[in-house]
Design a protein around this ligand. Sequence first.
Ligand code: SF4
Ligand code: SF4
Length: 179
Amino acid sequence: MPRFGMVIDTRKCVGCQDCVIACKTENNIPEGYNRDWIITESHGKFPDIQMEIRTERCNHCSETPCVSCCPTGASHIHDVGGVVLVTHDVCIGCKACIEACPYDARFAHPDGYADKCTFCIHRVEKGENPACVEVCPTYCMYFGDLEDPNSEVSKLLKSRKWHVNLTDAGTQPNIFYLV
Ligand code: SF4
Ligand code: SF4
């Protein structure tokens, strides 16, 4: 069974926000809301300081507090690639999943449902990349099947050092950051 994930090279990201704009356009996200965003973090002590720039979104975790808390089944794991999705017309807008996500990856859509990144599953099921991956001018984002040892994402994770966000959350995120 494929398990879709992303590998993001923090050494190549320049924080240009093209991925953020592509997502908003592709997914018709209303003004004031975002499914992805940019974080900058500095590490070390002067003069040995490093800046990490990360593009972040729902981690499409393997352990999903956002799905297990949902009273209606609107939040669910898709049968293609283990992508975590919300069925909008089944969502009652209770916001339990928004509270449960340790990554703050969900928001209450003005139309009354919980919303977040879908890995652009509508594109992926046509054989295309998510919009954010497609537009990145530095090619710092890779999307693919983490279960396939020959996929580019698997090879990168074998050959480079990486981290995930909030390891202590116990969610087993499927977005990996190359360092
Ligand atoms: S990042 Fe949050 S919303 Fe996305 S799958 Fe993980 S717990 Fe759920
Ligand atoms: S806001 Fe919607 S998707 Fe989230 S827990 Fe409530 S019913 Fe489920």
